[in-house]
Design a protein around this ligand. Sequence first.
Ligand SMILES: Nc1ncnc2c1ncn2[C@@H]1O[C@H](COP(=O)(O)OP(=O)(O)OP(=O)(O)O)[C@@H](O)[C@H]1O
Length: 411
Amino acid sequence: MKENEVLVKVEHLSKKFCKDLKTSLWYGVKDLYSNVLGNTQPRNLRPKEFWAVKDINFELRRGECLGLIGHNGAGKSTLLKILNGLINPDEGKVTIKGRVGALIELGAGFNPILSGRENIYNNGAILGFTRKEIDTKVAAIIDFAELREFIDMPVQNYSSGMKVRLGFAVAAQLEPDVLLIDEVLAVGDLGFVLKCFKTIDTILPNTAIVFVSHSMPMVSRICSQIILLENGTTQFQGKEVGKAIDLYYNRFIQNETNVVFTDGSIILEDIRILNVVKNNSEIPQLAWGNDFEIYLKFKLNEVKNNIIFIIVIYDKEQREVAYIKYNEEQLTYNEFNKCIEFKVKHYRLELSKGVYSVDVSVNKLETKEPYLRVKGALNFQILNNYDIYPPFLLSSEFIDLTNENDKRYNL
Ligand SMILES: Nc1ncnc2c1ncn2[C@@H]1O[C@H](COP(=O)(O)OP(=O)(O)OP(=O)(O)O)[C@@H](O)[C@H]1O
């Protein structure tokens, strides 16, 4: 086995589909006829046809993992199916060396009326293993899939999670040279997904992996290079995984503010971030580690006492990452303008690089009953040179103790 050898080579790969089934069938008949007549010229798009994948090029070596990312309908699954030989490209070439393991569609590759055990043998045979070779691996596959009691039951009675477990166990334990994984991992429970990642770490040095996912934490965890697809074409290709993920997220930023609840007594009139680095871009930008100051102005249609203001910061995955609360006790109510305004300051914001959104709520202090809830009241971006995935990059001090013979640290 040669290290770093190119296992997957894709050159100018394109695939077109037709939006209408009838027209598609008609084009199919016409193409077949002209192929028989020896016409192998590439054809232009005809009415109702579109490129699902257009002019894709890459090389993948043993030990590398390529992440295919992009929004719904971008062409990721189509590309993966071409790599797996399930569909033929219209243009271009795929060269694959070695055995290909694939976990593409849920239950694809399994015969539903056969048992889990029989399917393991079928899949192994398709990958080119002999019965004896599979005999040596079958126990490990069943163990990995955690399906001991169910292994002799027909696969059609398996839950979707069980199918994914069996699929991954077969694909990974048979040690393929090339492993293709589609979104299906998302179906497994957390314990199994973590186990899959551990296995991927173990087999990756000897395998080339193509991984399709909408989960950027998973992508950043295992991929060493990325292709970002949009409408079938490459928007970004390269080893800067963080940059690719930023581009992917930037396509999601919405500037829509959404009042999800109001009893009409309080209105959010203004919200702004004060110490921005740049405000000429679409989104306020802050430098990592700077103080975070938000200015807020509310219009109160009636005087209210004992209210609490809550600010929740969400990351790009829509996970809550921070919570700020403020009781109104010290605030002055402006009788003339019927408003209150204040700024909230947090020192040294150490959220890691990326895009965040802010929700604002105003509640009754004692009962927590809401007066107002605003989703996406504000978006902002933290700038930093470091691409890290955890939500915080904590500034800290490293103290060299190598030559310290000091008992103070209780080491
Ligand atoms: N057999 C088919 N016939 C016609 N159109 C198809 C066919 N398969 C896929 N498409 C279309 O091709 C485009 C690319 O689809 P594909 O499934 O590759 O996207 P994707 O990036 O995997 O999307 P998702 O993230 O939703 O899985 C879509 O517009 C889809 O509707």
